[in-house]
Design a binder for this molecule. Structure first.
Ligand code: PLP
Length: 397
């Protein structure tokens, strides 16, 4: 059976070249990088080489990259670390209402600890207005955290402008760049970013490894306490194979970014066009242009996203929905609700995120299959039946 993976925002397949680079550090080079003998030094050197590679991809200093276990840890460390270190300076922090839960839930946790949080709503196109961020700033604001690109609707936030606002007001600026890395070129020097989270498994690297960029001179408290790794800022024996893999994956992604983006965008645009042509009563979520080239997000009226995902899976297509029933919640995605969509419409969402392994040859199958499944689900929907009958009655009047 055909298998077409269209969920690259969830994770990506480990690149075979990356795996090759990682394998020796899972067997032959097993030394603890903190040990001073040869086999330990080999591991240490591999980590420092990876740090050099990653820093050159972002145009920052190698001493500004700190390895973590994932994007979630990087987000937690940035937010909790800034809050705890700056507690005496102020206790107000700002974010948006479409952040990943790694940021939003951490903000709500900080609220429980006594911090004041401002969650700035995005506009209908899924992009935050920098003026609204600036308006939320108070004398005691210590942190602004705004994601680079959204994981559900792919919208790209005005990071440079927000960075400038933060700098002007002498406030630290964190961005969760987990979805942006590998798709958007990131030159940190150009962007006034103080802290940036990344995660390897979103750009064909291994799962369970990430990094936090911390601008030189920015002080934050540690999240993990223990050994003296990462210049005493992040305790724990390093995931050497993971770190080596992340650096290799990032280098491959950055070196081939334009070519991959062109390929992915071509497929994405054809699928979007095809769906719009074949399926009526749909809503396209998120800004048309200021979005990741790999993302489309639709709401199909009168159907449930979960049914759609399951039926597409039967036909060999892996996709995702903002309707969160599978994760144990009956609420639709907070991101789709933030766009102002009513619950019943937000429930019928479909996110397709394309990758470099997708083929132009699959476009017709993707479009036809989605159209077929949406048609079948609507045939079963009493809401759709009522809608069509009302429309016909109106036409006959
Ligand atoms: N931030 C964003 C925007 C994400 O999309 C994700 C993962 O989906 C994360 C953070 C969490 O990253 P990780 O899975 O590495 O913990």
């Amino acid at each position: 059976m055909k298998h077409i993976y269209l969920d690259h925002a969830a994770t990506t397949q480990l690149d075979k070249r990356v795996l090759e680079k990682m394998l020796p550090y899972m067997s032959d080079y097993y030394g603890n990088p903190s040990s001073i003998y040869d086999v330990g030094r080999k591991s240490k050197n591999a980590i420092e080489e990876a740090r050099d590679t990653i820093s050159s991809c972002f145009n920052c200093k190698n001493t500004e990259i700190y390895f973590t276990s994932c994007g979630t840890e990087s987000d937690n460390w940035a937010i909790k670390g800034v809050c705890s270190f700056n507690r005496n300076k102020g206790m107000h922090i700002i974010t948006t209402n479409i952040e990943h839960h790694a940021v939003l839930d951490t903000f709500h946790y900080m609220k429980k600890l006594g911090y004041d949080i401002s969650v700035v709503p995005v506009e209908k196109n899924g992009i935050v207005d920098p003026a609204k961020i600036e308006k939320a700033i108070r004398k005691d604001t210590i942190l602004i955290s705004v994601m680079f690109a959204n994981n559900e609707i792919g919208t790209i936030q005005p990071i440079k402008e927000i960075g400038e606002i933060a700098k002007k007001h002498n406030i630290l600026f964190h961005t969760d760049a987990v979805q942006a890395v590998g798709t958007i070129p990131i030159d940190i020097q150009n962007l006034n970013i103080d802290l940036m989270s990344i995660s390897a498994h979103k750009f064909y690297g291994p799962k369970g490894v990430g990094a936090l960029y911390i601008r030189r001179g920015v002080m934050i408290d540690n999240l993990l306490h223990g050994g003296g790794q990462e210049k005493t800022r992040r305790a724990a024996t390093e995931n050497i194979a993971g770190i080596v893999g992340m650096a290799e994956a990032l280098k491959i992604a950055v070196d081939n970014l334009e070519e991959n983006n062109n390929h992915i965008k071509k497929i994405r645009d054809l699928v979007k066009k095809g769906i719009e042509k074949k399926i009526p009563y749909i809503i396209y979520n998120g800004d048309e242009d200021k979005r990741l080239v790999n993302n489309i997000n639709f709401c199909f009226r009168f159907i449930e996203g979960e049914g759609l995902i399951l039926m597409l899976d039967f036909k060999g297509i892996s996709s995702s929905s903002g309707s969160a029933c599978t994760s144990g919640s009956l609420d639709p995605s907070h991101v789709l609700l933030a766009l102002g969509l009513p619950h019943e419409i937000a429930h019928g969402s479909l996110r397709l995120t394309f990758g470099r392994d997708n083929s132009l040859d699959d476009v017709d199958y993707i479009v036809d299959t989605i159209a077929d499944v949406v048609f079948k689900l609507r045939q079963m929907s009493p809401l759709y039946e009522t809608f069509i009958k009302t429309n016909q009655a109106n036409d006959n009047q």
